[in-house]
Write a protein that binds this ligand. Structure first.
Ligand code: GLN
Length: 454
């Protein structure tokens, strides 16, 4: 099969299904086909790692010359970015082909894709249901067979939750493992880019390609990147699994709980052992996350002022009016809600009570994980409390929408890696995700455990 055939196949599938799935915001068809032709001419003397593989990229990752909107009307006309994000540069070096930019909740704020200002992507298993968010397009595109690989970003669950809802594999790496240079920032102390794929092996392969130190990202970690594919030994004999009791509480849907219990049985059969553990500060994770992520977002999004990027309001009479109207017209409701919350939490007189307190609780949450990892190799539980919900079900109720991320958010606050892999289906035929969490920079053990289960 030629690269041109592969790329052709990808666009054919997109033509067939994307009218309904709506996973893509922008396609890169002309450039991708030209690149495929070029790669076909080099065949035979090229062993680049991802040679000719079609990839979809979440639309908050900057791609040189290819429109990057972050799901926002603010960046609707950001047609011609001047540089590639480091991860995209690495994909290009590995000679993959970028098929297009994937749908997402605006500025990665959301859990259902309904906050995209373009279209709400749908769950390919049943298009009455959401694909999850914010990387809903990235998960849906892989699940629908439009691309074999994609990149997402995860601040509070945005890779793992949509991977769980769409029945694919999604990993959030350790904070600092993958460069954030060129990722449009939401909450810089939590954001990580990661791979979404059909199999654990593909996932490990893609992470190997994008991970590593980058001097362009001051929080990037100078830690060696091992071969993750070599970690896939299928051997989990003696692996010690901790199962947090908070992760199987009453709030978790019985079908999800049963699927996770079955997965634990399978691990026992494979020679691993598991015990109940506790992450006692998990109950504070949601409020901590929304305070910290919104505070960081309010600062990060200050750059969208109508002067430097994207939208500028017309017919304004003063500079102040230009700032205000550009922001009023360019941002959607959820983004405004977060900016207001964050600005409030950071304001003088409230800072100590909210932001500082949240930072302190964040440390307690991180300590909970460190304590468990003194005795256990991985932590296992569900990715989400329920399978995918229906489009429209939670859109008017931000608090229930937020509650959906209760099991993924602590992982971002602690900075540790976590993967979601499929572990069964609900009675309605919707996928259920198993979450496997590892210690800092120990993606290898996470992949080994995930691969043995798969
Ligand atoms: N759903 C969460 C939020 O809305 C997480 C988003 C993310 O990880 N980018 O903030």
């Amino acid at each position: 099969i030629s690269v041109s055939d592969l790329v052709e196949e990808s666009y054919k599938r997109i033509n067939e299904v994307d009218g309904e799935v709506q996973a893509f915001i922008t396609l890169n068809e002309e450039a991708a086909k030209a690149k495929a032709k070029e790669l076909d001419e080099q065949r035979g003397n090229d062993d680049a790692k991802l040679f000719g593989l079609p990839i979809g990229v979440k639309d908050n990752i900057v791609t040189k010359g290819l429109r990057t909107t972050a799901g926002s009307q603010f960046l609707r006309n950001f047609e011609d970015p001047l540089y590639d994000a480091t991860v995209v540069q690495k994909l290009n070096e590995a000679k993959s082909v970028t098929i297009g930019k994937l749908n997402m909740d605006e500025f990665a704020m959301g859990s259902s894709n309904e906050n995209s200002s373009y279209a709400a992507a749908r769950n390919p298993w049943n298009t009455d249901y959401v694909p999850g968010g914010s990387s809903g397009g990235s998960a849906a595109a892989v699940a629908a067979g439009e691309v074999p690989y994609s990149l997402g970003s995860d601040t509070g669950g945005s890779i793992r939750q949509p991977a769980a809802y769409c029945g694919v594999v999604g990993l959030k790496p350790t904070y600092g493992r993958v460069s954030r240079f060129g990722l449009i920032a939401f909450a810089s102390s939590l954001d990580q880019i990661g791979p979404i794929t059909n199999t654990v092996e593909d996932n490990a392969f893609l992470l190997e390609t994008i991970a590593g130190y980058d001097k362009m990202d001051s929080t990037s970690a100078n830690v060696d990147v091992p071969s993750y594919t070599e970690a896939l030994t299928n051997d989990v004999k003696g692996l010690k699994i901790g199962v947090p009791k908070e992760y199987l509480s009453e709030g978790v849907n019985p079908e999800v709980r049963e699927a996770v219990q079955n997965a634990l049985k399978k691990y026992e059969e494979l020679g691993a052992t598991w015990e109940e553990v506790s992450l006692p500060h998990s109950k504070y994770a949601l409020s901590t996350y929304y305070l910290l992520s919104s505070s960081e977002a309010s600062a990060n999004l200050a750059r969208f002022d109508g002067v430097r990027y994207g939208k500028r309001a017309d017919d304004v009479e003063s500079m102040l009016e230009m700032f205000m109207r550009s922001r009023a017209e360019g941002f959607g409701d959820e983004v405004k809600r977060r900016i207001m919350l964050g600005t409030f939490a950071l304001s003088s007189g409230y800072y100590d009570a909210y932001y500082k307190k949240a930072q302190q609780v964040r440390t307690l949450i991180k300590n909970d994980f460190e304590k468990v990892f003194e005795d256990y190799d991985v932590i296992v539980g569900p990715t989400t409390p329920t399978p995918a919900f229906k489009v429209g079900d939670k859109v008017d109720d931000p608090m229930t929408m937020y509650a959906n991320d209760i099991l993924t958010i602590p992982v971002n606050l602690a900075g540790v890696p976590g993967i979601s892999i499929p572990c069964g289906f609900s009675e309605d035929g919707l996928p259920i995700g198993l979450q496997i969490i590892g210690n800092h920079f120990d993606e290898s053990t996470v992949y080994r455990a995930a691969h043995a289960y798969e």
